[in-house]
Design a protein around this ligand. Structure first.
Ligand code: ZN
Length: 194
């Protein structure tokens, strides 16, 4: 299991783990989908996604569809948040006011049932309301979901390092291209005499 030290805060980490059940490991660069195995094997499910048990309604098809749409949202491909809104409507979430630190009231999203899908969506809704959802991103290179802990939220790559003989660090190609472009621009400036 790859962690890369990019864990999201609180329950959002469960969502990140769920999104990363589909991944393209750096060592092989071949996509891997762990969900079918987790759904067919209760022990694996509790080992890998144990925070919320799987209900009968959490079918493989539903889980895959949710994962695809959450990934699209993280990748900025959910126009007008239509996909997320459809899931939130379906999940029929409710909200409750709870005391936060210092006694200030805080909204807490309550799932309608104990299904994995409903709990994941409640965590997503909480993350949107607290402003952390935007920081759950997918690597521009390998598409691994990571939490951007940088101060200005500008991180684009997961930070995976070269894994094997054929592996390469994410962002390497883009960083080398940017370096070459800067070097070429500098050279042109010198040639132009500017
Ligand atoms: Zn990556």
């Amino acid at each position: 299991m790859q962690t890369h030290n990019q864990a999201a805060p609180g329950a959002l980490e469960v969502v990140r783990r769920f999104i990363n059940t589909w991944s393209i490991p750096n060592q092989t660069r071949v996509e891997v989908d762990e969900l079918p195995l987790f759904v067919s094997d209760a022990d694996k499910w509790s080992e890998e996604l144990s925070r919320y048990p799987r209900a009968d309604s959490d079918t493989l098809d539903t889980l895959m569809a949710l994962r695809t749409d959450l990934r699209k949202s993280c990748e900025g491909l959910d126009d007008d948040h239509q996909l997320l809104n459809a899931w939130l409507t379906r999940a029929a979430l409710s909200v409750k006011v709870v005391p936060a630190e210092g006694g200030a009231p805080e909204l807490c999203v309550i799932p309608a049932d104990t299904s994995y899908v409903a709990r994941i969506l409640a965590s997503v809704a909480d993350a949107i309301s607290s402003g952390t959802w935007l920081r759950l991103k997918t690597c521009a290179d390998c598409r691994w979901a990571f939490y951007d802990n940088t101060r200005n939220g500008s991180k684009r790559w997961c930070g995976m390092t070269k894994g094997g003989v054929e592996g390469r660090a994410c962002g390497t190609i883009a960083k080398v291209s940017a370096f070459r472009a800067r070097a070429a621009a500098k050279k042109n400036q010198i040639t132009d005499g500017s």
